[in-house]
Design a protein around this ligand. Structure first.
Ligand code: ATP
Length: 199
């Protein structure tokens, strides 16, 4: 699995359509302070389903939409497409190339797409979970994050190790199953009450 390119439009400082190609080997993005280097990394996390505005250094998620400058007026939609080479089927999707897109409108609605097929956020999370490249994974390390990991509480550090070990998916499924079990127990209690009344 390889990162092929990222295309941004209306995302943070990237007002007009900008496509960045990642060739084999190491890609370094250089530029003066405030030129948008971190915005590119945030765009990668964003398209992978980041839901925390704070981690986008924003108050609310719609703040990621290009808000205009002296030269260019604000836009209404932010869109990012990440293209991945999946010919080794590293990600569980039967396609050689994956175009993962996210579009956010001013009203706050986010739409997600995998190869132009609209999907729910959960599908995006499931695609990356266990791959080590999810929005919370340590394959994307932002400024100050190393310090944050070193200074984090043992439970938080454990969560990072769990994601790396691939158990996070099962923990999430366990949580979902427990919620279902709880609901079923409530329903059974209600049935018992009704039966008691009838008898
Ligand atoms: P540094 O080297 O200082 O870390 P950087 O190259 O990583 O800088 P970023 O932090 O990615 O730069 O970009 C910050 C720039 O993005 C700022 O100029 C800020 O005004 C601009 N910016 C952020 N959000 C928006 C937005 N919604 N609309 C327009 N511009 C934005």
């Amino acid at each position: 699995m390889k990162l092929v390119s990222i295309e941004l439009q209306g995302f943070k400082s990237f007002a007009k359509k900008t496509k960045i190609h990642f060739t084999d080997g190491i890609t370094a993005i250089v530029g003066p302070n405030g030129s948008g280097k971190s915005n590119i990394i945030e765009a990668i996390r964003w398209v992978m389903g980041e839901t925390s505005a704070k981690s986008m250094r924003s108050e609310k998620m719609t703040d990621v939409i290009f808000s205009g400058t002296d030269q260019r007026k604000a836009v209404n939609i932010a869109q990012v497409t990440l293209t991945l080479d999946n010919s080794d089927r590293f990600l569980p999707e039967d396609s050689d190339q994956l175009d993962i897109s996210r579009r956010l409108k001013k009203d706050g609605q986010s739409d997600y797409y995998i190869n132009n097929r609209q999907v729910r956020l959960k599908e995006i999370h499931n695609l990356f979970i266990d791959s080590g490249i999810g929005k919370e994974s340590f394959s994307i390390i932002g400024q100050g994050q190393v310090d944050q990991i070193l200074n984090s509480k043992p439970e938080d550090r454990r969560a990072i190790i769990e994601e790396a070990a691939g158990v996070l998916k099962y923990k999430n499924r366990k949580k979902e199953a427990e919620i279902k079990l709880e609901k079923t127990k409530d329903n059974l209690d209600r049935v018992q009450d009704i039966l008691y009344e009838i008898e």
